[in-house]
Design a protein around this ligand. Structure first.
Ligand SMILES: [Cu+2]
Length: 497
């Protein structure tokens, strides 16, 4: 947690000025339920509320928990900025943002707070914008009160009546387009008693993007209204960009820590099946509300909705965040990582204990339904390679079953997403890198033929022979420089740490 931010928050809590104390209540802001709540719980009258500047953070950071036990008038300053940013490697997009990135900044207030939104639209903006807070009780969630032309600032105020995790988004026509360009974020209205303490909190929002060019097609990509109407996004991503929370940008925590992720879904269209590979959510605050569900594998996050998931980290490793509508994860970008460091616990997870040859009795094995990779192997003939030519032949089937989906039939990869194996200077410079890629996966920045990739390749579960064969195939195909990898090379790499 950022202690200096917390200190600033406390300091500003007492920065009272005479004019700040005058709260201008508009009739629609003080609904009767608001008034009675206030009388019941708050001893401080509205006009005397201390004035605080909201601590707001860029994803994946979350403002510190609120340790006030009294309501305040919280000033939320929002600025709309339209700007070109990287969607993926080589792919640019003109985002419309709250505060300069997607999602907009995380806002954290306390149930019962009076929130004053000072909403500015940058003079360089091309269109008006506004904001609809799902945590607001009032027409449009503030949309009409915040409708703002370029170069103007609007102010409106609301009372945070109900605790929960809420999406906010732009609601200026055409609404879908404003949201599709990245105009959403999360506001947490913390319950008066606060949330249970955890060690780390993260902020993750999914969104779908509609570009004229196909996934990975380079250059500045315009918004495609037709694809948006058909709900056929090219990109589905966490925190606005492919790789925003993967590789070097991965979320980080330690074994033994408890983690809370505030998950939002800006949409505009898709519902997320949020899942963390290799973890079970100890608790899920379903849809961001009061209902707590336990021991959950995957939770639905509706478009324009949220969820709070919590789990304890028992073992180290890389845990992958996905939308379990899984093609979105591996082919459209909805993939993030939580990297956990610390001592292993072999009882909870052993890792791979052994890899021995399996020789079933008799020939009945052929009649068992085959997986794709097994089928490919059967089609390729005997699994034992006598020489390099055999290796190449066997390796091709293994390639088609295990690598082709990402690296392509011709090994050309997908620009901006999957690096080429064809003529790869990275691989040809040291073919053993291929062994490492298969056994341990690849993440972080990799430069292949002058193009930078910053994505994730999961380790591929192949035995020593298969790994050697597929690499020998790759090295002798797609215009690569030739070479041979032996099963013993793979075994050696497997042993080394
Ligand atoms: Cu807008």
């Amino acid at each position: 947690m950022k202690h200096h931010v917390l200190a600033a928050l406390i300091a500003s809590a007492f920065a009272l000025t005479a004019c700040d104390q005058k709260f201008e209540a508009k009739p629609e802001d003080t609904a009767t339920s608001a008034a009675s709540e206030q009388q019941a719980d708050d001893s401080v009258a509205q006009g005397e509320l201390p004035v605080i500047d909201a601590v707001m953070t860029q994803a994946p950071n979350v403002p510190p928990p609120i340790d006030r036990d009294y309501p305040a008038k919280v000033i939320v300053k929002m600025e709309v900025i339209e700007k070109v940013m990287k969607m993926a490697d080589g792919v640019d997009y003109k985002y419309w943002t709250f505060g300069g990135d997607v999602p907009g900044k995380f806002i954290r207030v306390r149930q019962g707070d009076q929130v004053e939104v000072q909403f500015s639209n940058h003079p360089d903006s091309t269109v008006p914008h506004n904001v609809d807070f799902h945590g607001v009780t009032g027409p449009g969630g503030g949309a009409e009160g915040s409708f703002t032309a370029p170069g103007h600032t609007s102010t409106f105020s609301f009372k945070a009546l109900q605790p929960g995790l809420y999406i906010y988004h732009c609601a200026t026509a055409p609404v879908g387009m404003h949201i599709a360009n990245g105009m959403y974020g999360l506001i947490l209205v913390e319950p008066k008693e606060g949330l249970p303490k955890v060690d780390k909190e993260f902020y993750v929002v999914q969104g779908d993007f509609y570009t004229k060019g196909k996934y990975g097609e380079t250059g500045l990509q315009p918004f495609d209204m037709e694809k948006a109407i058909k709900e056929e996004p090219e990109y589905v991503v966490f925190n606005g960009h492919v790789g925003a929370i993967a590789g070097d940008n991965a979320l980080k925590a330690n074994v033994g820590e408890t983690v809370r992720i505030f998950v939002g879904n800006g949409g505009p269209n898709l519902v997320s099946s949020f899942h963390v590979i290799g973890e079970i959510f100890d608790t899920v605050r379903v849809e961001g509300g009061d209902l707590v569900n336990k021991n959950i594998q995957t939770t639905l996050v509706p478009a324009g909705g949220a969820a709070i998931v919590e789990f304890k980290l028992d073992v180290p490793g890389s845990f992958t965040l996905v939308d379990h509508s899984i093609f979105r994860a591996f082919n459209k970008g909805a993939l993030g990582q939580l990297k956990v460091e610390g001592p292993a616990n072999k009882e909870i997870y052993s890792g791979k204990l052994s890899d021995s040859v399996y020789q079933p009795e008799g020939g009945a094995i052929q009649t068992v339904p085959l997986t794709a990779s097994e089928a490919a192997r059967v089609a390729a003939g005997p699994a034992k390679a006598e020489n390099k030519d055999d290796q190449i032949k066997l390796g091709q089937a293994i390639y088609n079953a295990n690598c082709m989906a990402c690296h392509g039939a011709e090994g050309k990869g997908v620009a901006g997403a999957f690096p080429p194996l064809a003529g790869s200077d990275y691989l040809n410079a040291d073919p053993k890198r291929g062994i490492h890629a298969i056994l341990r996966g690849v993440s972080g920045k990799v430069t292949v033929n002058g193009q930078e990739y910053n994505s994730v390749m999961p380790a591929v579960a192949l035995n020593d022979e298969d790994a050697a064969n597929v690499l020998t195939y790759v090295l002798n195909s797609f215009g690569n420089n030739g070479g041979q990898i032996h099963a013993s090379d793979v075994a050696k790499e497997r042993q080394s740490k």
